[in-house]
Design a binder for this molecule. Structure first.
Ligand code: CA2
Length: 145
């Protein structure tokens, strides 16, 4: 893997994007978003590796893998694990690869239990509230790192 690869990691339930709650998360599916990411990555001279898992440990393993493989950056939408996972906080802190937190919605404008982010406390930066465009904005940020 070349050092221009950006891992784009998605957590629990994001495989269901486009099927429910379009007023919050939009109507694009994760496959639609992955296609947009691939196109923008190509234009930026990057390669994107888009993955999704409903299991916290997979996300931890992929963060370690990103570092081991020399990835340029990780874009991480950890879903609800954002607000609960000390394991993801520790994993992000344990790697040197920059991690950019991404959210489709703006958790700070939602329920109080979404205001705390373990991912955000360890991440290089956060992009939230711009819908699926946030992944593309985060790619631009990764390219500029
Ligand atoms: O806004 C985001 O990207 C979130 O990470 C989405 C998470 C939520 O728990 C975070 O607070 C913010 C939820 C992902 C659930 O995905 C769904 C997909 C389709 C229908 C319903 C939920």
């Amino acid at each position: 893997m070349a050092g221009n690869t950006v891992y784009v990691l998605n957590g629990p339930n994001l495989n269901l994007l486009g099927t429910r709650e379009p007023e919050i998360y939009g109507s694009a599916t994760l496959d639609d978003i992955a296609a947009q990411i691939a196109e923008r990555a190509d234009a930026l001279g990057l390669a994107a590796d888009v993955r999704q898992s409903n299991h916290e440990g997979h996300l931890v393993d992929w963060l370690h893998e990103a570092q081991a493989e020399g990835a340029k950056a990780v874009l991480l939408n950890a879903g609800a694990l954002t607000h609960t996972s000390l394991a993801l906080y520790d994993a992000i802190r344990s790697i040197r690869t920059p991690v950019i937190e991404v959210h489709i919605s703006n958790p700070h404008a939602r329920e109080a239990y979404r205001h705390k982010s373990y991912v955000g406390m360890a991440a290089h930066g956060t992009i939230a509230g711009f819908g699926a465009l946030g992944y593309l904005l985060a790619l631009e940020a990764a390219a500029a790192l």
